[in-house]
Design a protein around this ligand. Structure first.
Ligand code: V47
Ligand code: SF4
Length: 359
């Protein structure tokens, strides 16, 4: 173990890449502080003491979905009680509220609705943009892009071009789940394949849009599956450079149908964030999503290699439907205090990581 850490310290110092075998040793190692220290050093080389956050609002326009992923407590089929689709004026009211509260970004994702036409999504983007030209619209994932191509009978390239024209500015990182095929088959059998997620994302990057990447962890996957996931992302990032930030999403088990899954402890969450920082040497940002981690682990993550914190959020459904016990929203002052108390420098950013204000 001493040898492993010596080698890794040298790699971090020289900016060299860590191998899958080394990542596996780290996952199996119980010396959490040593892993955290290494990840913090790797982060410091890229980002110094700065921790980025943004003022945003999530809008989930519908929870009705033709896929029934077993880890998802958010989605309903069209006939179930609790299914909803927001009307355009409700969506516009939420965007206007966000804008008035100083948001720079709207994060919009939803279920794969069986009846809404592709035009609904184009109109939604265009209407929000017309009302709020300065709001950055970060919306949809590779899963929705593939679905839009199927329902509109168009190519992925044509779909992306129309969405851009309507006002799409970038894409969040959802839908990646876990790439390992045997586990994907159990947790989201109807979702697009891992290969398709990567292929659609590559086309989005080639069309000039940035995206994020996620990994859902803490359900049925092994450490090897996590490394396989990180490996596929690292290879795509080598090709396109289109990913901005990586967000490990800690699985919330309530109201889901994943057999035997218990959720994620603090040690596993911190280890996974730290190893992501070390392995993904070609990602500048690693984000702690406090909704799934809880505020306290998200704060501690800031000394385990994390430099990015999402966000004010305002109204969150996906994690809270699955039992997340974090608050619904944070205000700017709370985020700034949380970062300061970790001894770091809070920086408000826009979606493309331009610095808006250093605190
Ligand atoms: O793809 C669904 C996950 C994702 C559960 O890009 C769950 O900035 C935990 O991708 N427990 C959507 N996670 C959220 C997402 C995201 C969030 C914040 C920021 C960004 C970004 C992206 O939520 C889904 C799925 O992986 N999810 N159910 C659950 N029970
Ligand atoms: Fe539908 Fe997304 Fe939930 Fe899967 S995770 S059931 S695709 S809303």
């Amino acid at each position: 173990m001493i040898k492993l850490f010596e080698n890794l310290r040298a790699k971090v110092k020289n900016g060299a890449r860590i191998s899958d075998a080394e990542a596996l040793e780290l996952f199996r190692c119980n010396d959490l502080l040593a892993i955290g220290e290494l990840a913090a050093a790797a982060n410091r080389r890229k980002n110094g003491d700065r921790v980025y956050f943004n003022v945003n609002r999530h809008i989930n326009y519908t929870n009705i979905c033709v896929n029934r992923c077993t880890f998802c407590a958010f989605s309903k089929d069209g006939r179930e009680e609790g299914g909803y689709t927001l009307a355009l004026n409700e969506i516009l009211a939420k965007a206007a509220e966000a804008s008035a509260a100083g948001a720079t970004e709207i994060h919009m994702v939803g279920g794969l609705h069986p009846e809404l036409p592709f035009d609904f999504y184009l109109e939604m983007l265009a209407a929000i943009k017309a009302d709020n030209p300065r709001l950055h619209l970060k919306a949809f994932t590779a899963v929705e892009i593939d679905y839009f191509a199927r329902i509109s009978g168009q190519t992925v390239e044509a779909v992306i071009a129309e969405l851009k024209e309507a006002g799409l500015d970038s894409m969040p990182g959802g839908g990646a789940e876990i790439f390992a095929e045997e586990v994907r088959e159990q947790i989201c059998p109807e979702k697009i394949s891992s290969e398709r997620w990567l292929e659609v994302t590559e086309r989005v990057h080639r069309a000039g849009l940035k995206t994020n990447a996620t990994m859902l962890f803490g359900h049925l996957e092994s450490y090897r599956d996590r490394i396989d996931h990180l490996g596929r992302l690292r290879r795509l990032q080598d090709k396109t450079g289109g990913f901005q930030t990586f967000i490990p999403l800690a699985f919330q088990p309530d109201n889901t149908r994943v057999p035997g899954a218990k959720g994620v402890g603090g040690v596993d969450a911190l280890k996974t964030l730290a190893i992501s920082r070390l392995y993904l040497d070609n990602f500048r940002h690693i984000k702690a999503y406090w909704v799934m981690l809880g505020l306290k682990i998200a704060q501690v993550a800031l000394v385990f290699g994390v430099n990015d914190l999402d966000g004010t959020v305002v109204e969150e459904k996906i994690g809270h439907d699955a039992g997340a016990d974090s608050p619904q929203a944070m205000n700017k002052e709370q985020i700034v205090a949380l970062i300061r108390k970790a001894g770091r420098v809070p920086v408000e950013r826009d979606t493309l990581y331009r610095e808006l204000r250093v605190y």
